[in-house]
Ligand binder design. Structure first.
Ligand SMILES: *Cc1c(COP(=O)(O)O)cnc(C)c1O
Length: 360
């Protein structure tokens, strides 16, 4: 069976080894004789697996030992609300950095609970960079500063966390585990699994307990970080199958050599595509300034916009899937998360060169 090259933005490609392991273990999880989908989340085999996953996450990301590692439901999207619900206790205000679609959605969700101040934005330059962030922009009465490490639609990425004198919160949905991120420099980092580390259904939340206090009134128990931490994310039935696949992904990441190794591969992958774009004499366009280009998502346009549909169609016919850009930005996008191989990216680079040669 030949599988297409998958550049989907999320849910996205999984390593073939992980898919095969899921298949092999589907009818018998950890010697139980039944599928992981058929046992209690409180059974010993599942609890053992959950503890091993927790330990692997801590090892791989160098999570400070006192931080909580939570695996929650609702996606990163729910974190946009759950975070202000839990952190707006003392002061109903937070600072946000605006770099594109996802940071805007996060800020809009938080606005339901209090005052959101956008302290820096690259909107005026078309999200071609991470805006200049000066300590003096930060409001000292804000509960936290929020930023989006990688803007999945715009293809714009921070090279290091912003300096912040207040608690720092990071949406790392499309970049966690694809590059080293200094967790200790943050107070909260969150990411859904379906981009670089698994499938939809679990969201990793890494959390400094020092920033927790009472959540806002009427916050449901399931959305209370302190309660979820006390219950080790097992307050109610979690998405056990998604948790299981994330555990397998942690094993795969460690087998591959860890995040430093993946980062090198990911940088190389993105370089291949940016080289094709920059070397196409204006046939392909990516307008993000080189220092801020994402290693996870490579969005691009074709100078002749009406060739974009043809590009998607021909790509599909040649075995390249998932290259349509985000609904809000249009155009084209190759998402090249951890499980997308260097080989697949090289094949895409060849296809793009050939398409430009025959249509340019
Ligand atoms: C995909 C994505 C989200 C939304 O994640 P869901 O799992 O769909 O809730 C949020 N932020 C960023 C940066 C994303 O890429």
């Amino acid at each position: 069976m030949s599988r297409p090259f998958n550049f989907s933005a999320g849910p996205s490609a999984l390593p073939i080894d992980v898919l095969l392991q899921v298949r092999d273990e589907l009818l018998d999880f950890a010697g139980t004789g039944v599928s992981v989908m058929e046992i209690s989340h409180r059974s010993q085999p599942f609890m053992d697996f959950a503890h091993a996953t927790d330990a692997a996450v801590r090892r791989v990301l160098a999570v400070p030992s006192d931080y909580h590692v939570l695996l929650l439901q609702g996606g990163s999207y729910l974190q946009f609300s759950q975070i202000p619900m839990n952190l707006f206790h003392k002061t109903n205000t937070a600072d946000y950095i605006h770099t594109g679609l996802w940071s805007e959605q996060a800020a809009n969700a938080a606005r339901q609970y209090g005052i959101v101040r956008t302290i820096a934005s690259s909107h005026e330059t078309g999200f071609d960079r991470v805006p200049e962030i000066n300590e003096s922009h930060i409001n000292l009465d804000a509960a936290y500063l929020h930023y989006t490490e990688n803007e999945t639609a715009q293809g714009l990425q921070f090279s290091k966390p912003p300096i912040s004198s207040i608690p720092l919160v990071c949406d790392a949905c499309s970049s966690l585990m694809s590059k080293p991120i200094d967790i200790a420099a943050h107070d909260l980092v969150y990411a859904s699994a379906q981009k670089n580390m698994g499938i939809a259904g679990v969201t990793l939340v890494l959390l400094n307990p020092a920033i927790l206090d009472k959540p806002l009134a009427a916050t449901p128990q399931a959305l209370d970080f302190s309660i979820q931490a006390k219950k080790q994310s097992l307050l109610n039935t979690p998405s056990t199958f998604s948790w299981y696949v994330m555990g397998l992904m942690m094993e795969w990441i460690e087998r591959t050599g860890g995040i430093e190794v993946l980062h090198e591969i990911n940088k190389k992958k993105s370089r291949h595509l940016y080289n094709v774009i920059d070397g196409s004499n204006g046939f392909y366009i990516n307008h993000v300034l080189p220092d801020y280009r994402s290693i996870n998502n490579v969005p691009f346009h074709i100078f002749e916009r009406n060739l974009e549909d043809l590009f998607v169609r021909e790509a599909q016919e040649n075995g390249f899937h998932g290259l349509k850009g985000h609904l809000s930005t249009g155009g084209l996008r190759a998402s090249i998360y951890n499980a997308v191989t260097l080989d697949a990216v090289q094949e895409l680079a060849l296809f793009m060169r050939e398409f430009a040669r025959t249509h340019g």
